[in-house]
Design a protein around this ligand. Structure first.
Ligand code: CA
Length: 227
């Protein structure tokens, strides 16, 4: 994904570019509001508010007026007024300096995910229709899983995990994506927890839903006939 980094401080920009590259982001770095407005459409914008040529809030407002690109406002001012103002002119989130690369990555993932969810109309009324996996029905709104008339009781994270897999039935969902989606986005710990939850799900769902392990990559829920 392309990140448009709008930041006039070379030291901050340098460490962010390096850090984000380690997470696989391609960073286009500009130092002025004018350049930010002229840049190619990125996947996400990291926008410093204190820019040499324009007020960052104006840049934010103008970007928002013409696109839905997720915008994360970065402020050195640590100022609540700026933060609120940033959100009012269309920023999706904000971080105050100083911050770590992990924090920025977590924010980027959160806003881009929210953005993708909004774009598909999920998360807005009316409630999403139940997901059917063979003989199993997942009522996402009610957080219930049933097979025929019987309810399959799942722990909250087991439920979230099943939904994350079921939404991409037939495709491999990477371990990273699952952890990111089901657990806290700030959680960068051991992935053992994921395996424990997958085993629990397999036990509870039995033969009704097949969860395939794709070694070293992730998991896949298979298409099943609703017979
Ligand atoms: Ca600045």
């Amino acid at each position: 994904m392309h990140v448009l980094l709008v930041e006039d401080d070379p030291a901050i920009a340098g460490s962010l570019r390096e850090g984000l590259a380690r997470y696989g982001y391609e960073v286009d770095w500009v130092t002025t509001g004018r350049e930010a407005l002229a840049a190619d459409a990125p996947g996400v914008v990291l926008l410093d508010l204190g820019l040499p040529d324009m007020d960052g809030l104006d840049v934010c407002r103008r970007l928002r007026a013409r696109s839905k690109v997720p915008i994360i406002v970065v402020t050195a001012r640590g100022d609540e007024v700026d933060t609120v103002a940033g959100l009012e002119v269309g920023a999706d989130d904000y971080v105050a300096k100083p911050f770590g690369v992990r924090e920025i990555v977590a924010r980027i993932r959160a806003v881009t995910r929210r953005h993708a969810t909004d774009a598909t109309g999920e998360g807005t009324e009316p409630a999403p229709p139940p997901v059917r996996l063979g003989t199993v029905t997942i009522d996402v709104a009610a957080r219930r899983v049933t097979q025929g008339d019987a309810e399959i009781a799942l722990a909250p994270k087991e439920f979230d995990l099943l939904v994350a897999l079921a939404r991409r039935v037939g495709s491999v969902v990477t371990r990273e994506a699952l952890i990111d989606e089901v657990w806290d986005t700030h959680w960068f710990g051991s992935t053992r927890t994921l395996d424990v939850h997958v085993s629990a799900l397999r036990q509870k769902l039995g033969a009704a839903v097949a969860i395939t392990t794709v070694r070293g990559v992730g998991f896949r829920v298979e298409h099943a006939d609703a017979s």
